[in-house]
Each structure stands twice: as structure tokens, then as C-alpha cells.
Design a protein around this ligand. Structure first.
Ligand SMILES: C[S@@+](CC[C@H](N)C(=O)[O-])C[C@H]1O[C@@H](n2cnc3c(N)ncnc32)[C@H](O)[C@@H]1O
Length: 222
């Protein structure tokens, strides 16, 4: 079995683009994405960036073990590498708000194919992307070690996307599947908790009720 789980496999599958000369793995940690991008010929060169020294050491060791050449950078998001001609980048395994900040502060993100994989606050990331002229071309739902994840393929178009409340929490691409159903189950639990807070504040519940109702229809279909 591959050392790459279904979450990172999905990220790799969405990374493919024409003339992918320089892939950047941001928040690289083990650097598995950069290593596999090179081994599979998805990109011809790869760089890896992490805000912490320890993950960079681990990534360097893994790159050596796999016999691939990756340049490693100590960097907050894209800051140390933003002037490079990056053709594709992955920002995976971090919170949605942090990913939004990293993308928002980068110039390179305006021209690269992006694969984003938020671990939390997915609605904040979708809101940022749609408000800022980034289009989510594909959103793939996967289950890895029993947990549901979303992986997004994103490109800057400069055109803002209109969205509704349910789109923020579940994305706009909501094809039925066991993976999407598991994602909805998780969103349903979170929404039910948030609803209690809304009621306690005496606020209107119609939006969250619509999300809960939608999630309920999806969780019973598998
Ligand atoms: C949970 S790991 C994810 C590793 C890998 N991308 C994945 O999805 O499996 C998160 C990594 O992001 C790094 N990180 C956190 N904030 C960062 C930032 N602002 N810029 C770059 N790296 C960051 C952490 O040091 C850590 O190595």
C-alpha cells in the first residue's frame, strides 16, 4: 500500500496542469506531496516551504530516501518564494483561515494552479476564495482513515463568485457519494451545535435550519 493516503492522493490528482515546471508544497512537513509530484512526473521541479525548521529536516530526509531533488525553504506561506515562477502549489493540511491568509498574501497564487485542503473552517476558505476572484474548479470529497476531507482545485480568474449559505458549508459541487455523505454528516453535527448558540442568542435560525435540512437529506442516502 502507498504511504500516501486518499487525502494526499486526491491532492495529487488535482495538481495536474500543462507545463507544470515548478510545484510548491507549502506547509510541506514530510514533503510527500513534493516527492510524489516529482516521482510521478506531475511537475518537473519542486520546492517545499514550511514555517518550522523541524518539518524541513524531515522533508529533506524523505526527499533523500526517495532519491528526488527538492529545494527547501523556511517560509511563512509563500513569503520566501513568492517571486519564483510557481506553476502549481498545494497548501494542504492546515486550517481554512490560515490557508486563506497564505493565499491572500501571495502574488504567485494569482497565476498558479492551487490545490487547497483545509482541515477546518472550510466555509471561511470558500468565502475568501469566492469574494477574492478565485474559482473553485473542482472540489473532491474523500475519506481518509475514517475521516471526511475536502480537497479543492482553485485558480484565480479575477471574477467573484456568487454563493449561498449552503454553498459556503458544503461547496457548490455536491454530487452524491458516500464521501460527500460522510462530509455532510460531520457538517450536520457542527451545524446542530452552532444552532444551539444561535437560539441562545435569540437570533434567526432559518439559514442554519436550511443547512441542517440539506445535510439530513444527504446523510440518509447512503
Ligand atoms: C499538518 S501539516 C500538513 C502537512 C502536509 N501538507 C499534509 O497535508 O499532509 C501542517 C504543516 O504546515 C506548517 N505550517 C503551519 N503554518 C504555516 C505557515 N504559515 N507557512 C508555512 N507552513 C506552515 C506546519 O509547520 C506543518 O508542518
Amino acid at each position: 500500500m502507498s504511504y500516501i493516503g486518499t487525502r494526499l492522493e486526491a491532492a495529487l490528482s488535482l495538481l495536474k496542469c500543462e507545463n507544470n515546471t515548478l510545484f510548491a508544497d507549502i506547509g510541506s512537513d514530510h514533503a510527500f506531496l513534493a516527492i510524489e509530484a516529482l516521482k510521478r512526473g506531475i511537475a518537473s521541479q519542486a520546492i517545499a516551504a514550511d514555517i518550522n525548521e523541524q518539518p524541513l529536516l524531515k522533508g529533506r530526509e524523505n526527499a533523500a530516501l526517495h532519491g528526488v531533488k527538492i529545494d527547501f525553504y523556511l517560509s511563512d506561506g509563500f513569503k520566501a518564494i513568492d517571486s519564483f515562477r510557481i506553476t502549481s502549489a498545494a497548501v494542504c493540511g492546515m486550517g481554512g483561515e490560515l490557508i486563506a491568509r497564505i493565499v491572500g498574501e501571495s502574488k504567485a497564487c494569482k497565476s498558479a494552479l492551487l490545490v487547497l485542503q483545509p482541515m477546518s473552517a472550510q466555509e471561511e476558505l470558500r468565502r475568501f476564495l469566492w469574494d477574492s476572484g478565485y474559482e473553485i474548479f473542482t472540489e473532491r470529497f474523500v475519506i481518509d482513515a475514517g475521516k471526511p476531507y475536502t480537497v479543492m482545485q482553485v485558480k484565480f480568474t479575477g471574477v467573484r463568485t456568487e454563493y449561498g449559505y449552503i454553498d459556503l458549508y458544503l461547496g457548490r459541487e455536491r454530487a452524491q457519494s458516500p464521501e460527500f455523505s460522510a462530509y455532510c454528516k460531520r457538517q450536520l453535527i457542527a451545524a446542530e451545535k452552532r444552532r444551539l448558540g444561535i437560539i441562545a442568542r435569540g437570533d434567526e435560525t432559518s439559514l442554519i435550519d436550511s443547512l441542517i435540512e440539506y445535510c439530513q437529506t444527504q446523510t440518509t442516502s447512503f
